[in-house]
Structures are given as C-alpha cells and as structure tokens.
Design a protein around this ligand. Structure first.
Ligand SMILES: [Zn+2]
Length: 144
C-alpha cells in the first residue's frame, strides 16, 4: 500500500532543486520501560529552502512513518533556539540599536555622505565607523 510517506517521497524524488540528507538511525531505549525504539530521520530541502523531514519509528508493536512539513520542522528549530536563547531585554535593546545604526550608516552611505576623499580632507579616516558599505569592494570602487 502506498501511504502519504511514499507518495510525498515519490513526488520529490529526482526533482531539481531538492537536496536530501542520508537517513540517520537512532535507537533509543526508554528508561523503566526498557523497550527499544528505532527512529530513522531524513531531512529534505526544497527549491524554496523549506525543510521537511521524513521520520520512521519502529518498535516491538510495529512502525509508523511520518512526513513532517516545513512548518513543523521550523517550529521545532524555533523552539530549540528559544530554549538556548540567553538574550535579555538589555541585550535585545543593544542589538536593536546596533541594527538601527547599521541601517542609518547604510542610508547615509547611499546618499554619498561617506565620500572617502571628503572624509580624508576633513582629517577623518576614509571609512565611516559602523558602515557596512565603507568596507570591502564598495570602498575600492569608490576610491578608484
Ligand atoms: Zn559608508
């Protein structure tokens, strides 16, 4: 019988833009119960960058096969990130100020406010501190 698991796998098999990992097999023995359960998990990334997962669960009573859609995989990843998040209101405010500064510097740079020649003439360093566009190729292009 062809179930959803097989159907979805058959649909994406060989499609361009899809990448899949090799299956990972994990055998876990529950404490107390002692029953051993085997999990086989495989992730697939589609052409839009969404990741779905194929999960097979095998125990003494049989097996189960699940397709976890991208939204479910994303929820798991987001939950993991929340569990490891050590940010505080202060650190979030600092990152927000940093992002706002970068946005302001970028806007100023695009308006031509960071012209290296003008800055040097004023006795300032050629690059504006905190401007992502004043470093790297953008500056080299402007200077030449
Ligand atoms: Zn700049």
């Amino acid at each position: 019988m062809v179930d959803r698991f097989d159907r979805v796998r058959a649909q994406i098999e060989g499609l361009p833009g899809y990448r899949r990992t090799r299956p990972t097999t994990i055998t876990s023995t529950m404490p107390l119960v002692g029953d051993s359960v085997t999990y086989v998990i495989e992730s697939v990334r589609d052409q839009d960058g969404e990741i779905m997962a194929f999960l097979q669960i095998l125990d003494t009573e049989g097996g189960m096969r699940l397709v976890l859609p991208g939204k479910v995989v994303n929820a798991v990843v987001a939950q993991h990130e929340r569990l490891f998040d050590r940010s505080t209101p202060d650190s979030r405010a600092r990152s927000k100020r940093q992002r706002e500064l970068v946005a302001k510097r970028t806007a100023d740079h695009e308006r031509g406010k960071h012209d290296p020649a003008t800055r040097i003439a004023k006795g300032l360093p050629a690059a504006m501190a905190g401007c992502p566009l004043c470093v790297g190729p953008a500056r080299l292009r402007k200077a030449s």
